[in-house]
Design a protein around this ligand. Structure first.
Ligand code: GDP
Ligand code: MG
Length: 325
C-alpha cells in the first residue's frame, strides 16, 4: 500500500491516516497491519495507568523529556475508554504535553471508544506496532483508571507504572491481587499532599508479601510530577526494568507472538463469520438450504460446525485476503 510506504519513509500524515483506518476497524485494517508488522521494531512499550488526575500525563511529559534527552524517539498514546473523542490529543493531555508539540521526535495521539470497548485494546496494540514501524524507540501508553479494560490494555505493555495519589488507599485494598500482577513500578504522585508516606509503606508491604515477585524488586517511588521531583528515580527504575527484560532472553517474545497470533486469529474468524451470518435473512436462508430443524439454536450451531464444508464456507474471507495482490 502506498500509504504504508509513505509512513515507513517518515510521513507523519500517512501515519495519522493509517491510525484512523485501523481505529475504524474496517476491512483494510488487516492488510495494513500485515504490511506494517515486518517493519515494527523492538519498541519498548511503557504503560502508565492510575486514577484520573493522579498525574499520569504530567509524569509522561517529564519522562518524554528525559527519553528525548537520550536521543530516543517517542510516541505517546493516551487511552480514555470513557471518552468519545479520538484523533487529536485530549485537551488536558495536549496542554500537559504542549512542550513537546513542536518536537518532531514525539508523536502524541489519543484513543477513545469510537469502536467498541473490546476493540480498544486491539487498536492500542496495533497503534503501538504502527509507531514501532514508524521508528519510535519508546511508546508510552497512558490509560485512565485501574479497571478490567485498563488491565487488558496494559497487557501489551512491556513495563507498567501504576500511579496512585495519597488518597488511593481504598482502591489499593480492593485491587491488591490485580495490581501486583501488572505493576513493575509503583508511583505515589502528588507526594506534596498528606498521606503519601503511609501509602508508600502500604504498597511496600504489599509488594514484599507477594511470592510471585520474589525474584525481583518492584520499586515503590514518591514523586511530585508538577515540580519534576522524583522523576530521575522513576526514569532509573524504568531503565532497570528494561535491562531486566533484556536479561530474560527471548522467551517472553515468543509468548507475545503466540498471544498476538491468537488475538488476530480469533478476531479474523469472528469478523468473517459475522459477515456470513450478518442478518436474519442470511441465517434463515442457510437453515432452509441445509434443511436444518430450526427450533433449537444449540443443535443447529452444532450441526453447522460439524459440517466441514459448510463451516469452511462460512469462515471464508469474502473481503479478500491480505496477500492476494
Ligand atoms: N499538587 C500536585 N499536583 C500535581 C502533581 N503532579 C501533577 N499535578 C497536577 O494534577 C493535575 C492532573 O494531572 P494530570 O497529569 O493531567 O493527571 P492524569 O489525569 O493522571 O493524566 C494537573 O493539574 C497537574 O498539574 C503533584 O505532584 N502535586
Ligand atoms: Mg492524563
Amino acid at each position: 500500500m502506498e500509504l504504508v510506504q509513505r509512513m515507513l519513509q517518515g510521513d507523519q500524515r500517512a501515519l495519522a491516516r493509517l491510525m484512523t483506518l485501523v481505529e475504524s476497524r474496517g476491512p483494510e485494517r488487516r492488510r495494513i497491519m500485515s504490511e506494517v508488522y515486518p517493519h515494527a521494531r523492538r519498541t519498548r512499550v511503557l504503560g502508565i495507568t492510575g486514577p484520573p488526575g493522579a498525574g499520569k500525563s504530567t509524569l509522561a511529559d517529564r519522562l518524554v523529556s528525559r527519553f528525548r534527552g537520550r536521543g530516543l524517539r517517542v510516541g505517546v498514546l493516551a487511552i480514555d475508554p470513557s471518552s468519545p473523542f479520538s484523533g487529536g490529543a485530549l485537551l488536558g493531555d495536549r496542554i500537559r504535553m504542549s512542550r513537546h508539540s513542536g518536537d518532531r521526535g514525539v508523536f502524541i495521539r489519543s484513543l477513545g471508544t469510537r469502536g467498541n470497548r473490546g476493540g480498544l485494546a486491539r487498536a492500542t496494540r496495533e497503534f503501538a506496532l504502527l509507531l514501532g514501524a514508524y521508528g519510535k524507540d519508546v511508546v508510552i501508553v497512558e490509560t485512565v483508571g485501574v479497571g478490567q479494560t485498563e488491565l487488558d490494555i496494559m497487557d501489551l505493555a512491556h513495563s507498567v507504572v501504576v500511579v496512585f495519589v495519597p488518597e488511593s488507599g481504598d482502591v489499593i485494598q480492593t485491587m491488591k491481587a490485580g495490581l501486583t500482577e501488572i505493576a513493575d513500578v509503583f508511583v505515589v504522585n502528588t507526594a506534596d499532599r498528606e498521606g503519601a508516606d503511609r501509602l508508600v509503606a502500604e504498597l511496600r508491604a504489599m509488594v514484599e508479601i507477594d511470592p510471585q515477585r520474589a525474584d525481583r524488586e518492584i520499586p515503590v517511588l514518591m514523586t511530585q510530577a508538577f515540580k519534576d521531583v522524583g522523576l530521575d528515580e522513576l526514569d532509573d527504575a524504568i531503565t532497570r526494568h528494561w535491562q531486566y527484560l533484556d536479561s530474560q532472553g527471548d522467551g517472553w517474545e515468543d509468548q507475545a507472538f503466540v498471544d498476538e497470533l491468537r488475538d488476530v486469529l480469533i478476531e479474523q474468524v469472528r469478523d468473517n463469520l459475522d459477515r456470513s451470518v450478518r442478518d436474519a435473512a442470511q441465517v434463515r436462508a442457510l437453515i432452509a438450504a441445509e434443511g436444518f430443524e430450526a427450533d433449537n439454536p444449540y443443535l443447529v450451531a452444532e450441526r453447522i460446525v460439524a459440517d466441514r464444508g459448510l463451516a469452511a464456507r462460512l469462515l471464508l474471507d469474502h473481503e479478500g485476503s491480505v496477500d492476494d495482490n
